[in-house]
Design a protein around this ligand. Structure first.
Ligand code: SF4
Length: 512
């Protein structure tokens, strides 16, 4: 049986800085409170204890896991809570050392009620146990696992939920990329068409458009906010927000007063557009250089200069847009998990690149196709490998987001289905083995810059794929997904969101 994962599971609106360490524990706390209410235990409980295990504990402080738990236990919703309320609620709980639930019930909640345990639970690296007591008698014990991208499961009920959703009759059940390719070929459809047909089993066309609008608007607002916010990020690393300065230089004196006018303003700034491995640079070069005349390397440089290529501006725009989202994410702002929070900047930056640089006529129909295609590619990674850095390192976050964006961009650029899958493959191939080693456990360094790199790699991968005959490609998307999973399993646990290896060790928080 195929497992169905909706685009709206892959692209979720939430709060930074981490989908596995913030959004997941937040949702787990909400779900536990709900369970207590269903079991009629909620009213009688007088003490709560929370135990964090493994990666959730090792990088939980920097990833704001403790704050997320406070908010989840307080029954706040990460999708809708006003960002300014987050700090008010957390401050109040920490000062009064007491949880206030909906309806007014209060119970003591000292800081020691959240315990950070170094050991790992066997089921998954991100474990969290909630315990409820009445007069010191433990009457509720529930363990959840945050498995990446804001998804949470419990060991015993995950299968039941899956079976329920998979009973539905999806026209195109997809587990592997090769199946997706076969459906598209058989019915002469684009990837986004196939994904839409599956989504229509769960939601009406109007609901799908409404939700995709909401996702895009959240992405746009996070880019807009990041590009217009100065200062330093919280957490103690003293990381300067860089999107603001870069944006100021790029936008110059354009006048606008909201995100929609901002897009128009950006559009008006001046940015033009033995293995038998085939040599590809020659063909690409011929197209770029057109009929320029030159006879030596020096003249060649002059010839290239005479073509309209303003690469640095494009590079700066894409970098700036990706940085902007992840600066907002690092400041506990609202972003779209795509497929995780740490990698939330890649997809908006690449989509915005298409909208403001590649195609000035782009509208919601393009946004919709982009998000549907990106979501499906992410779900294939989730089904066959992982989107959790605690399981697979940063290849599972930035690598997957880059692959999602690459395939989606290729579709919008007129690539064939095989070229879209090839773009995703190329993007992931060059993230294989990327470790997760955030300094100080914060989702800042190297995370924020990695989004810029992931976005540029996605655009690059799309361009390579568009210039390649997929039949000549040696590696299929499914091969690279399997490789990523094998690499994840072989990766030393120090490089899986523990901050016990890599940059997190060579650059100490105390030195920053
Ligand atoms: S290094 Fe990569 S995977 Fe790890 S927290 Fe940062 S963005 Fe996420």
């Amino acid at each position: 049986m195929s497992q169905f994962i909706s685009v709206f599971d892959m692209l979720k609106i939430g709060v930074g800085p981490s989908s596995s360490h913030t959004l997941g524990p937040w949702r787990a706390a909400q779900q536990w409170i709900l369970k207590l209410k269903e079991q009629r235990l909620f009213d009688t409980i007088d003490r709560v204890q929370v135990d964090l295990y493994g990666s959730l504990s090792l990088t939980g402080k920097g990833h704001a896991t403790d704050l997320a738990i406070l908010l989840g236990l307080s029954e706040a919703d990460p999708e809708y809570i006003p960002i300014e309320d987050i700090f008010i609620i957390v401050e109040r709980i920490n000062t009064q050392e007491e949880l206030i639930f909906k309806g007014g019930k209060t119970i003591p909640f000292p800081k020691s009620a959240i315990k950070f345990n170094r050991e790992f639970l066997p089921f998954h690296a991100n474990g969290i146990t909630f315990r409820g007591f009445i007069q010191e008698k433990e009457i509720s014990t529930e363990t959840f696992f945050s498995i990446g991208g804001g998804f949470i499961v419990q060991e015993h009920d995950s299968l039941e939920e899956e079976i329920e959703i998979n009973k539905k009759n999806f026209p195109y059940p997809i587990n592997r990329a090769i199946q997706l390719e076969a459906y598209c070929e058989k019915d002469h459809l684009l990837i986004s068409d196939v994904v839409l047909q599956n989504e229509l089993v769960l939601r009406s066309s109007e609901e799908i458009d409404f939700e995709l609008h909401r996702i895009w608007n959240t992405m746009l607002e996070s880019m807009y906010l990041g590009c217009h916010t100065e200062g330093k990020l919280p957490g103690g690393l003293n990381v300067k927000r860089r999107a603001f300065d870069t944006h100021q230089k790029l936008i110059k004196d354009a006048v606008y007063s909201n995100p929609k006018e901002w897009i128009t303003a950006i559009r008006s700034t001046e940015v033009p557009g033995g293995l038998n491995v085939k040599r590809r640079a020659f063909d690409t070069h011929q197209k770029l250089i057109k009929d320029a005349v030159y006879s030596n390397p020096k003249e060649w440089i002059t010839a290239i200069r005479s073509t309209e290529v303003k690469f640095r501006e494009i590079l700066k725009w894409v970098s700036c847009l990706a940085l902007s989202v992840n600066e907002v994410n690092a400041a506990l702002g609202r972003v779209v998990t795509a497929p995780t929070n740490g990698s939330a900047g890649v997809i908006p930056a690449v989509l915005m690149y298409y909208m403001v640089i590649e195609n000035h006529q782009a509208d919601f129909s393009h946004i919709k196709r982009f998000l549907l295609t990106a979501g499906e590619i992410g779900s294939i990674f989730k089904k066959n490998a992982t989107i959790s850095a605690a399981m697979g390192g940063c290849q599972a976050e930035i690598g997957v987001s880059s692959a999602m964006a690459a395939a989606a961009l290729t579709e919008l650029m007129g690539g064939t289905v095989a070229q879209c899958l090839s773009a995703a493959e190329i993007a992931m191939e060059h993230h294989l083995g990327m470790t997760c080693d955030p300094i100080g456990g914060l989702v800042q360094v190297p995370c924020i810059e990695r989004n810029s790199m992931g976005a540029m790699k996605a655009i690059h991968a799309a361009e390579i794929a568009l210039e390649t005959n997929p039949k000549e490609s040696l590696v299929h998307l499914d091969n690279v997904i399997d490789t990523m999973w094998e690499t994840a399993k072989d990766m030393n646990k120090n490089y899986k969101e523990t901050s016990e290896g890599g940059l997190a060790v060579t650059v100490r928080l105390a030195d920053c």
